[in-house]
Design a protein around this ligand. Structure first.
Ligand code: NAD
Length: 372
């Protein structure tokens, strides 16, 4: 799988580092290498000069897309550029790993999904946290039926980087470039990927949205207006078959103003027979509720991965490990070899997430519960 990257910023370089240690994947049938990079910034193109497999570095994404040495493209650019660039990738006949939120709004996401279907190319959307050992264990636990009747679901992603008012604004603080959905577009795919995959889709939502600081330094000696939602708590009702006809409260939290949190992704599901709790803040630990003991048991996880790696089983996993696993899932599913393992988020899941964010905006604006 020869990969091209469009957008070599924070996430583009993280992806490059995955291909740099692809050999850590054990007995993995797909070879992957980074062959081409596009960014508008010269300093970033220079950075990619140290990656020996990169044959093309360009400021023009059309040039990357005409390259015969690119099979699949990862696009990691600001949200207002998702639709034009994703559609260009598909029109060029390349497969796509898109970034979330998969278009700046619901309408853009639907057009991208339609273009993906029409192109017949393999398209997925980035979301790394389900590949954490604790998340995988939690998914297995839920799927085993150990919860009994599901009582409540919590999923969230919290950081605090907007608490510092002196931090210069970037494109993520402006609705024009981040999207009217703000933090939901920034962090939301991370909170809904597992619930959606488990079939837990909201039927109605009541959203509580909060903005951050209205002005920030612009990084060039001046100030700039910031208008995005920074915190979003979505209180949802979920209906699932076989739950004694009871709706389930599901709380989804996306926050950029969460004191003390740096990059804490959590998932928790509680039922009448069991419960499971995982938070990347304690990346090596999962908590399972055992009814017989009437208590929570803390379990150390180690490096148990869906796609085995050479890393010692006693070592703890971090974000770059999850990213490598996500890329392995993309490569594996693209090759038709995913089997029953957890796959990357699909275009339909991205659309469902946008439908929820749209309903959340309406809920907040009207101070009402919105049906989906
Ligand atoms: N999956 C995750 O965990 C995760 C984390 C952070 C960001 N993201 C997502 O990744 C995407 C990018 O975010 P980021 O934090 O890497 O942003 P970033 O600002 O660090 O990088 C974006 C890059 O795109 C480049 N760019 C802009 N226009 C371009 C164009 N026309 N052609 C080529 N390059 C262009 C910019 O120069 C910049 O280097 C967003 O969709 C964001 O939501 C995902």
């Amino acid at each position: 799988m020869r990969v091209g990257i469009i957008g070599g910023g924070l996430m583009g370089r993280e992806a490059a580092s995955c291909f740099g240690r692809w050999f850590a994947l054990q007995n993995f049938s797909v070879r992957a290498e980074l062959t081409a990079v596009c960014d508008l910034r010269e300093d970033l193109l220079e950075w990619f000069g140290q990656v020996p497999t990169v044959q093309l570095r360009t400021r023009d994404h059309h040039e990357l897309l005409t390259s015969e040495n690119v099979d699949a493209v990862y696009v990691a650019v600001p949200h207002h550029l998702h639709e034009p660039l994703y559609c260009d990738v598909l029109a060029a006949g390349k497969d796509l790993l898109a970034e979330k939120p998969f278009g700046i709004d619901l309408a853009a996401a639907r057009r991208i999904r339609d273009a993906a279907n029409a192109s017949g190319r393999f398209v997925r959307c980035s979301s790394e946290f389900p590949f954490a050992p604790g998340a995988q264990r939690a998914i297995d636990y839920v799927q085993s039926g150990a919860l009994g009747r599901v009582l409540e679901i919590h999923s969230g992603f919290l950081h605090s980087s907007d608490l510092d008012p002196a931090k210069p604004a970037n494109w993520k603080r402006h609705s024009k470039t981040c999207g009217e959905i703000g933090v939901m577009g920034d962090l939301g795919m991370h909170t809904v990927h597992i619930p959606f995959r488990l079939g837990w889709k909201p039927k109605r939502v009541f959203a509580q949205l909060q903005k951050g600081f209205p002005q920030r330094p612009d990084g060039q000696g001046g100030t700039t207006e910031c208008d995005t939602w920074d915190n979003a708590t979505l209180n949802c009702d979920v209906e699932i078959d076989g739950n004694d006809g009871q709706t389930i409260p599901m709380r989804l939290q996306q926050k950029r103003l969460a004191p003390g949190q740096t990059n804490s992704w959590h998932f928790e599901a509680i039922g009448t027979n069991g419960g499971v709790r995982y938070n990347t803040r304690d990346a090596n630990t999962i908590h399972i509720y055992e009814k017989e003991k009437d208590g929570w048991t803390r379990i150390d996880l180690g490096h148990v991965m869906a796609f085995p790696v050479i890393t010692g089983g006693i070592f703890e996993a971090g974000f770059p490990d999850l990213n490598l696993q996500m890329w392995a899932a993309f490569a594996s599913e693209r090759a038709g070899e995913l089997d029953d393992r957890f796959g990357c988020a699909t275009p339909d899941e991205a659309i469902a997430s946008h439908e929820l964010w749209q309903a959340a905006l309406k809920s907040h604006a009207e101070n009402s519960v919105v049906e989906l």
